[in-house]
Design a binder for this molecule. Structure first.
Ligand code: PLP
Length: 432
């Protein structure tokens, strides 16, 4: 049997940091990454045969757990029909129809391969329609790794403590204005000064890449109102929240509950059921600006790939109200147990939670976390020992304090029991 260490040593000679996505390298928690070789239901198994309860869920897609029978059967059938045709085929429209039927305001959909591509294309579309250049984003929100969106980004950029990324030109950076999340006055000021040049505001529906941060009451509605007032578009990034949290129905955190809709949505993760699919969606008159009906170019060799479409269709068809009720209840249970364990161990913290998405922030009990400055000011050093105590007890958490924890409909009492058992020991480790 090849050990995790041997696999990591080999990978490190072949791939920068031994990984294909930075946070996987365990940089901020230390130690050797576990190399997973299989996944089933709520469990992952590594190369050494150790089984873990999985709280990463492939970073979000695994709403139904791993290897859900209906998803696997649909993927097998699609594979048997051919891996891809490079042409139109029936299941693209099937997935698009499922999205449209669940998301008010998503009249037309364009499938892409990653969340990065979805947000990048949404920005290009907004610039093409408005003929303006500036994009406003919020500090700590992560929208993938396209150049202009890396400024003060969350996720791996936050984990590595980077202000942005080398290789982003001054020109690109100067077309992105970064505003502190939940700061209404700052948003108003930016629009007062640059309103005529702003193509779009992009925001995570509920930020979950600086840890989970709830939008304060009316904040998303303010973004809607101010963009409309100034002729800019509102891009609601639901790559993480889409078809996972149920604030407004089974599609995600859309503003419909408050009586408004964004101009553009981006989806990813759950919509691809574990295969590389993401999407942008919006009203017909906006989406028809995309090629071939409009002048804004987007294309993709693997866009709408039939195997990925099959995984997405099967996932959304099985994402029933029972699934969401289960995931919400289990998230509540684990979040409460997390708080109790940390309280018992005397660890100052806040559990940041919106729907079934949650994360922990250390040393933040007095204020909670409402923006990136507070997320960054936390006692992040406590997460490494906490993470490793959970790992040693057979629970796989995201290897960064800035990432959300994901549950699935496959997390049954046995899996949840293992998480609850592991928490007190991990809380003690965090206390040191
Ligand atoms: N937008 C949000 C909110 C995300 O959380 C992510 C990834 O985590 C992305 C966009 C980028 O998606 P991808 O990693 O598929 O490019």
């Amino acid at each position: 049997m090849t050990s995790n260490q041997e696999l990591f040593d080999t990978a490190s000679t072949l791939m920068p940091g031994g990984v294909n996505s930075p946070v996987r390298a365990f940089g901020s928690v230390g130690g050797t990454p576990a190399f997973m070789v299989s996944a089933e239901g709520p469990y992952l198994t590594d190369a050494e045969g150790t089984e873990y309860v999985d709280l990463v869920g492939s970073w979000g897609p695994a709403l139904l757990g791993h290897k859900h029978p209906a998803v696997i059967a649909a993927v097998h059938a699609a594979v048997d029909a051919g891996l891809g045709f490079g042409t139109s085929h029936p299941s693209e429209a099937r997935l698009a129809e499922l999205v449209r039927s669940r998301v008010p305001g998503a009249e037309m959909i364009r499938m892409v391969s990653t969340g990065t591509e979805a947000t990048m294309t949404a920005i290009r579309l907004a610039r093409g329609i408005t003929e303006r250049n500036i994009v406003v984003k919020f500090a700590g929100c992560y929208h993938g790794h396209s150049d202009g969106l890396l400024a003060a980004a969350g996720s791996g950029v936050a984990t590595l403590g980077l202000p942005g990324s080398a290789g982003v030109t001054q020109a690109q950076a100067s077309e992105t204005i970064v505003v502190e999340y939940n700061d209404r006055a700052a948003l108003e000021e930016v629009f007062a000064e640059h309103g005529d040049s702003i193509a779009a505001v992009i925001t995570e529906a509920t930020p979950a890449n600086m840890g989970v941060v709830a939008p304060e009451e009316g904040f998303n509605a303010l973004i809607r109102e101010i963009t409309e007032r100034h002729g800019a578009l509102m891009i609601f990034d639901e790559v993480m929240t889409g078809f996972r949290i149920t604030e407004a129905g089974y599609w995600g955190a859309s503003g419909r509950v408050e009586g408004w809709e964004p101009d553009l949505f981006t989806f990813g993760k759950v919509i691809g059921g574990g295969l590389p699919t993401a999407a942008l969606a919006g009203r017909r008159e906006i989406m028809e600006h995309l090629a071939p009906t409009g002048p804004v170019y987007h294309a993709g060799t693997l866009s709408g790939n039939p195997v990925a479409m099959a995984a997405g269709v099967a996932t959304l068809l099985n994402a029933t109200s029972q699934v969401y009720t289960h995931v919400d209840e289990k998230a509540q249970l684990v979040a409460e147990a997390l708080t109790a364990a940390l309280d018992d161990a005397g660890v100052d913290h806040s559990v940041q939670k919106v729907g079934s998405l949650f994360s922990v922030a250390f040393g933040t009990a007095a204020t909670g976390v409402h923006n990136y400055a507070q997320a960054q000011a936390q006692e992040a050093f406590r997460y490494g020992p906490f993470f490793h105590a959970m790992l040693d007890a057979g629970v796989y958490l995201p290897p960064s304090v800035f990432e959300a924890w994901f549950l699935s409909s496959a997390h049954d009492d046995a899996a949840i029991g293992r998480i609850l058992e592991a928490l007190p020991g991990a809380a003690k480790a965090a206390a040191q």
